[in-house]
Design a protein around this ligand. Structure first.
Ligand code: UD1
Length: 358
């Protein structure tokens, strides 16, 4: 059996690492790693390969940035010959980025079976490009590996047969469980003792000058009582420059490597974010998370975990930060099967050693 993994952007790397490793432990399965090159900067890509011990990609499509259509189309036209040449028995795709949907479309037309890791998540908000990627990928996939049972329900509602759905747990948490002991214990120089950690990159939050200005203003107000530490995504940095917005006294950093970012999450008083994966990591770590979105495709982080959706309301954000500062954060617990063994379950299913469709 020959499996091709396709990854492209930062949030894919902590998901492929444990799956690749778990499959490697089962003899007889050949693996090929394809990096589409959707993310290409060292601090969004290479450093993650090093820290997560992901092998050097066998193929790099080097597609780079572009509009959604241009990027998706370029990934498709560059990936098609790879599939024709390498003839995989299965292609594994991860999460919800453009590389995920592009590779799935290629495989579906070439009749190569697809496994989708992190299937079934839905925000029910089609203005998010990732929601379109999730919907299309799940319709095309043959094996749908879900992180939580709400995802199983979403898939069944969309008419996907139970036999294709496997509730395996959260592979991103596999990486966290393995690498948390290696995260630095020492605070970096100049880092305050108590701080709010911020990440921001969704088009809905950063692409409009008025909206981004409003968010920076409320972070500035929070910063008066609680230091704001903000590793800035390249998209957000570009927009801040383009709109001439001044981040004031916020502590801006470049995007951080996996282990350093994990340490900052572990030690934060609160995390303020619009990311998907960070809602999950904070839930596992038991750190309060305030999500700057009206909807989440990861509702279990709200119903079970430490996540609170604050939408785009600065007053609500401030009120929730105050609650945390007063010692009343939302308490949470760890969702089922977020136990560090999700990838092992995927590997066993693919090797035919485990059934387990829902
Ligand atoms: C992508 C994913 C998103 C994910 C995020 C994590 C899609 C649709 N979006 O969004 O789901 O949460 O990654 O980071 O797939 N850039 C660089 N260096 C890089 C990569 C990008 O400077 O290595 C710049 C590009 O020029 C571009 C901007 O960052 O203008 C955004 O990159 P892009 O790949 O379009 O999407 P993300 O916003 O990163």
């Amino acid at each position: 059996m020959h499996i091709v993994h396709v990854v492209g952007a930062r949030p894919n790397f902590m998901k492929v690492a444990p799956v690749f490793r778990a499959i490697q432990e089962l003899s007889g399965i050949r693996q090929t790693l394809v990096h589409t090159g959707q993310h290409y900067d060292d601090n969004l890509s290479d450093v993650f390969f090093r820290q997560l011990d992901i092998p050097t990609p066998d193929v790099n499509l080097s597609v780079g940035s572009g509009t959604h259509a241009a990027q998706t189309a370029l990934i498709m036209s560059s990936f098609e010959p790879v599939v024709n040449e390498r003839k995989p028995d299965l292609v594994l795709v991860y999460g919800d980025v453009n590389s995920t949907v592009a590779a799935s479309l290629v495989c579906a037309k070439l009749q190569v079976p697809i496994g989708h890791v992190e299937a079934g998540l839905r925000s029910f908000d089609r203005t998010m490009p990732e929601e379109i990627n999730r919907l299309v990928t799940d319709q095309l996939a043959d094996f749908l590996f879900t992180p939580s049972q709400d995802a199983d329900c979403n898939l069944q509602r969309e008419g996907i047969a139970k036999e294709r759905i496997y509730f395996v747990g959260n592979v991103m948490i596999d990486s966290l469980v393995r690498l948390l002991p290696k995260a630095p214990q020492q605070r970096p120089a100049g880092m305050p003792d108590r701080y709010a950690l911020v990440t921001l990159h969704r088009p809905a939050n950063v692409d409009q000058p008025a909206g981004l200005k409003e968010i920076l203003k409320s972070l500035g107000e929070i910063n008066r009582d609680l230091a704001v530490v903000f590793p800035v995504h390249p998209r957000t940095r570009q927009r801040m420059q383009m709109f001439g917005l001044d981040p004031g006294k916020l502590m801006l950093l470049d995007p951080l490597p996996y282990l350093e970012f994990l340490a900052l999450q572990r030690d934060a008083a609160v995390v303020i974010t619009d990311s998907g994966g960070i809602q999950e990591e904070t839930t596992y770590l038991g750190v309060p998370c305030l999500t700057l979105r009206k909807k989440t495709e990861r509702p279990i982080t709200v119903s079970v975990g430490t996540n609170v959706l604050v939408g785009d309301d600065p007053i609500r954000l401030h009120a929730e930060v105050s609650k945390i500062m007063e010692g009343n954060p939302k308490k949470g617990s760890i969702p089922a099967l977020w136990d560090g063994h999700a990838s092992g379950r995927i590997a066993e299913i693919l090797a035919g050693k485990r059934g387990g469709a829902i």
